[in-house]
Design a protein around this ligand. Sequence first.
Ligand code: 9MR
Length: 555
Amino acid sequence: GAAHAAAGIEVNQLGFLPAAQKLAVVPAGANERFKVVDAGSGKTVFEGTLGPAATWDASGERVRIADFSGLRTAGSYRVAVAGQPDSPVFAIGAEPYRALDAGAIHAYTLNRASIALDARVAGPYARPLGHPDDKVLVHESAASAKRPAGTVISSPKGWYDAGDYNKYIVNSGISTYTLLAAYEHFPAWFDKLAVNVPESGNGVPDLLNEVQWNLDWMITMQDPDDGGVYHKLTNKSFDGMVMPDRATAPRYVVQKTTTAALDFAAVMATASRVLAPFDAKAPGRSQRYLAAAERAWRWAVDHPAVLYRQPADIQTGTYGDEKVDDEFSWAAAELYIATGKDEYRSRALAQAAGVQTEPGWSDVRPLGWISLAQQRARLKNPADGDVARTHILAAADTLLARWQASPARLSLAKSDFVWGSNAVLLNQAMMLVQAYRLTNKADYLNAAQSALDYTLGRNPLGISYVTGFGTRSTLHPHHRPSEADGIAAPVPGWLAGGPNPGQQDAKDCKDVSYASKQPALSYLDHGCSYASNEIAINWNAPLVYVAAALQALQR
Ligand code: 9MR
């Protein structure tokens, strides 16, 4: 089932908290009025007038907004407009995103390397251990005097990055940080969010247990001799579409880079802060992480421009990034919070050029702002938090203006439909949430709600881009276990990358083709489509964050 038909009335298929702004997007037609009807009885429970018709430049479609925010009664409903099919069913209730948030975290559990997953943890997705990664070779690009090429090191655990089975420090950076930030900002929500992880019941919140699995891997990626950090742990080329235990090609650590060292430093400094309250179970952990962070920082200062250059014999993902000033800024922010040292402070506060609306794996500066604004009380000079606040509000106001002007009520610009567009949007939502936490201005949260709504079905394809969630969701993600496990349903809880008019995979999608080149329609629900339908740890992380934020902040 490659192409999805036009959506009709588009709505978040999971639904809303009672206090949320509630919008549907309706194809513009003759009618001015809409109704919300009870899904069981068909009775009308709300009526309203549609907003003005306008063409959304990213889809080419003329749409109108139905605003039923005034409906606050718990129940199951549809949006109805005369002459059009009703919307999918959605709910209004106290916890529309609990299962989603737990599922989005559990997806990481199911993507763990170096572990057998039994049915107690994985249900039908139980599988044998893959990638022990206890005998990893140092690639010649990563060789040093004490670890010449071919040296065998142990680097187990961590998450598979995405639909492939490799492990990349740069992408682990933003992913792990975002999950730690989710806990740091909404601890009460996550303390009560049960996720079925192998460590459940050990007294540590399940989200943090899951994060620990990746930290355990990341810490092994630091060369003990010089503090540098390997860029990735990878096969020479991508595996076939097989289960993890069938993928047994040799694994290598490849090159040390400035970006890997700084992303590592930022995550370890953050983890030393966020996990400190749980150190009784892991004595000395915070000190170890902070020491590792400072060593990686020092390596980066000594090697400030070592960019990733893919060796000729390696073909897997690159996460290459030609600019490292944002990585310096983010790592410095986390290290300044941890130590108060002036060296870090000046790099943390160094001016950025222009407004940066959202973080991404290669644009991590906003992550430092988030931490500085959150940790104002701990800063040696609390007024430094104001600098971060100014950057966050500048980003959020740019996004808010776009959201207000958008016929589809989205903060996404047409040019934001890139590889992983769904996560661009959710990272924007994460920034909007920061602005809301700083100001309590409702529209910031409303714009974040719109972003989650879009990923859960309020989009021109009428599809929930989260596997297993919503009445009509992504079925064929580019994800090796989902393709190879013999189970019809995809592994649940993963956000698909989403519409991407770049269509870089068209050559590999032989028998199917994209239905459209329109940015918001350029999506292919087929396993071949790594450019629009892969899943990835950095895309799920803002989903975990935003779902938690909307639950925690709209009570
Ligand atoms: O998310 C990455 C995206 O920003 C890049 O445009 C794309 C092509 O370089 O690569 C994406 O990352 C992929 C990584 O290289 C390998 N694992 C799967 C990732 C998601 O597709």
